[in-house]
Design a protein around this ligand. Structure first.
Ligand code: SF4
Ligand code: SF4
Length: 392
């Protein structure tokens, strides 16, 4: 008998899961399609079907490490014949586990992340006061009411050394296109998407409310985001607070700028490029064509597709809070994805998600010195093409 079973009767656990938002498990008839399409089964045994079944019976094992594996990639819900929302079930059980403080060793970093989010508004243990250090010398303005859009930069672009380069490339592209934009600086907090999927609902709600209050107070109407995770949350999940903002991801916005004649892509990028569809841009929000169309405008760019593409895109492994957890080398989906990019003949693996870029860069580095494949954000590619190589 697990520890939880001695604390609460089965019916109470089912009710806890139901209240936490995981009701759809009741429709599961255990066909196992979810396990077939789950990326975990390319690297090790893992069964979301079993977690759904345990939830149905009211006997979730909240101490099992498997509970924390799901990256919320969205593949299994898109293939389930009964419309079961496996992600909601898994997150609901995580909420119960988090409530009892039942974290296996590999998941314990979530405690530090939670503390950092509460104290500084970011998961990277960085001071709030340094949230704009990436923008030094770029002349990026604070957002003011009436500006065309607010750029919600996001934690990784603000603090992570690799992703700061993406922030700088994005700012330079926006300026080049004459976009009247501003940022919130220290008033911006983490969107809360990933900590929510890691079962910390109250932390998410506090972050979301703080951001929403700031958007309303500052008269924000349109929001540009660089992370598909910010995109999903600001666009779809903040609506639970009865607010609506016009949210656009940078991959879509670049297409808007190009189509509107504001960003002229009269430049060449004579390389073979493959586009990786981030889970929260593609499967969760249906944005597949815009980045491909934008890249396709660059002269000499040859776009090739990887084996798993668009709706079947292979997750990088970073969603659902996994970006903060340790994954053994032999279990990293990003290694498989980088291998797929190489097999497709790509010289550049392009995407537009901070978690994907972080994981792909790690996989690329692990391949050793001299690895020719480059990992680039779409903004870096455009800026490099337009400036003849200076994308810093
Ligand atoms: S695919 Fe759907 S119905 Fe089939 S086992 Fe998975 S959750 Fe259950
Ligand atoms: S959402 Fe993705 S990672 Fe999570 S169980 Fe389903 S297929 Fe596996």
């Amino acid at each position: 008998m697990s520890e939880l079973e001695t604390i609460a009767p089965f019916a109470e656990i089912v009710e806890e899961i139901r209240k936490a938002g995981g009701e759809a498990y009741r429709y599961c008839y255990q066909c196992g399609k979810c396990d077939v399409v789950c990326p975990w089964n390319r690297v090790r045994d893992f069964s979301i079907r079993r977690i759904v079944w345990q939830a149905t019976l009211g006997v979730p094992d909240i101490e099992q490490e498997d509970l924390w594996r799901c990256t919320t990639c969205g593949s299994c819900p898109s293939h389930c014949p009964r419309g079961v929302e496996q992600i909601e079930v898994g997150v609901a059980v995580r909420r119960v586990a988090a409530g009892y403080g039942a974290y296996p060793d590999s998941v314990k970093p979530i405690r530090g992340v939670t503390a950092s989010l509460g104290a500084e508004g970011n998961p990277l243990h960085e001071p709030r006061a340094k949230r704009t250090s990436w923008a030094e010398g770029l002349g990026v303005k604070p957002f003011e009411e009436g500006m065309e859009l607010l750029w919600f930069v996001g934690c990784y672009l603000c603090y992570d050394p690799r992703m700061k380069k993406v922030a700088r490339a994005t700012a330079r592209l926006l300026s080049r296109a004459g976009v009247d934009f501003g940022i919130l600086g220290e008033e911006e907090s983490c969107c809360g998407e990933s900590i929510r999927k890691a079962g910390q609902e109250e932390v998410y709600r506090a972050l979301a409310k703080r951001n929403i209050r700031t958007f309303i107070d500052r008269g924000v109407k349109r929001i540009l985001v660089s992370s598909p995770h910010c995109y999903h949350t600001l666009r779809n999940e903040y609506r639970e607070f009865m607010v609506h903002f016009d949210v656009v991801h940078v991959a879509e916005y670049l297409k808007e700028l190009v189509d509107g004649g504001r960003l002229k892509l009269d430049a060449a990028f004579p390389r073979t490029v493959t586009w990786h569809d981030p889970c929260y841009l593609g499967r969760h929000n249906g944005v597949y064509d815009a980045p491909r169309e934008v890249l396709g405008k660059l002269a000499g760019l040859r776009l090739v597709e990887m084996r798993d593409t668009r709706r079947e895109s292979l997750c990088c492994g970073g969603g659902g809070g996994r970006i903060w957890m340790e994954t053994p080398k032999e279990e990293r989906f990003s290694d498989l994805r980088v291998a797929q990019a190489k097999a497709a003949g790509a010289e550049v693996l392009a995407t537009a998600c901070p978690y994907c870029i972080t994981n792909f860069e790690e996989s690329r580095l692990a391949m050793g010195e001299g690895e020719p494949l480059e990992v680039r954000d779409i903004t870096e590619i455009l800026l490099e093409a337009l400036t003849g190589g200076d994308a810093s």
